[in-house]
Design a protein around this ligand. Structure first.
Ligand SMILES: CC(C)(COP(=O)(O)OP(=O)(O)OC[C@H]1O[C@@H](n2cnc3c(N)ncnc32)[C@H](O)[C@@H]1OP(=O)(O)O)[C@@H](O)C(=O)NCCC(=O)NCCS
Length: 205
């Protein structure tokens, strides 16, 4: 029997943006948003081997859901469904959580192209980071982004993440080993700002 995991499960919200654990009943919404966004997502994701429609079917969701649930129960990740105006529109995961002296996680995210540009993911990431540094008991969040991914770089730059590394041939994405820029934030930097959501609200105002 696993013990309780700091910060999980959690529901986080700001305005029309809500982060919550996935439910079994998300299969149809998850599959349809993933299939509609194949061209939008494929260049930036390490996809499982297989045709996109099959890997993102309602049936595939059953496996994805079980994997996410297991990883969250073990304390390895915090996988959030991102909802906007009550619809599932994206995903934000705090993954590869390592505790003790490292107390760090990697953040990954995507949003439906139909709601891009409305600050959904910066809001979601700010909520998740504040939660990770609070109830989650973590100290550092890292985000790795392909240099070509200007929209994603804008997300972390607007939130004040530090660019701190250049990882050559870092991850196998879209058919090749792709370089990534490494960005990070520690809890000290965020508390100096009064929280990341507070910083994001100031940036947006
Ligand atoms: C990266 C991503 C998550 C950003 O989410 P978002 O909620 O749209 O974030 P924002 O609203 O802050 O927009 C970020 C940037 O996207 C660009 N953008 C704005 N509207 C856009 C649109 N309709 N279409 C494409 N890009 C747009 C702008 O450069 C914007 O930066 P700006 O605010 O300085 O103008 C989203 O573009 C996405 O899901 N992309 C595909 C998957 C992906 O790249 N995941 C991250 C891998 S590291």
């Amino acid at each position: 029997m696993l013990g309780s995991v700091p910060g999980w499960p959690a529901v986080l919200a700001d305005g029309a943006v809500l982060l919550r654990p996935y439910k079994r009943s998300d299969a149809r919404a998850w599959s349809s948003v993933r299939i509609a966004n194949q061209k939008w997502l494929a260049p930036w994701e390490s996809a499982p081997p297989g045709p996109w429609a099959e890997m993102n079917s309602t049936r595939a969701y059953g496996y994805v859901y079980q994997d996410m649930k297991r990883a969250a129960r073990r304390g390895d990740s915090m996988p959030f469904a991102v909802c906007f105006q009550d619809e599932l529109v994206g995903h934000l995961n705090l993954g590869n959580i390592v505790r003790r002296a490292f107390s760090s996680a990697y953040a990954g995210y995507w949003v439906d192209s139909r709601v891009a540009g409305r600050g959904v993911i910066p809001t979601a990431l700010a909520l998740a980071v504040d939660h990770a540094f609070g109830a989650g008991g973590l100290h550092r969040i890292e985000v790795n982004i392909r240099p070509e991914n200007v929209p994603s770089r804008r997300v972390v730059e607007k939130l004040g993440f530090r660019e701190e590394a250049y990882h050559q041939r870092y991850m196998h994405i879209d058919g090749g080993w792709r370089d990534h820029l490494g960005y990070a934030l520690t809890s000290e930097e965020v508390s100096a700002e009064g929280g990341l959501l507070a910083r994001w609200r100031r940036v947006r105002a």
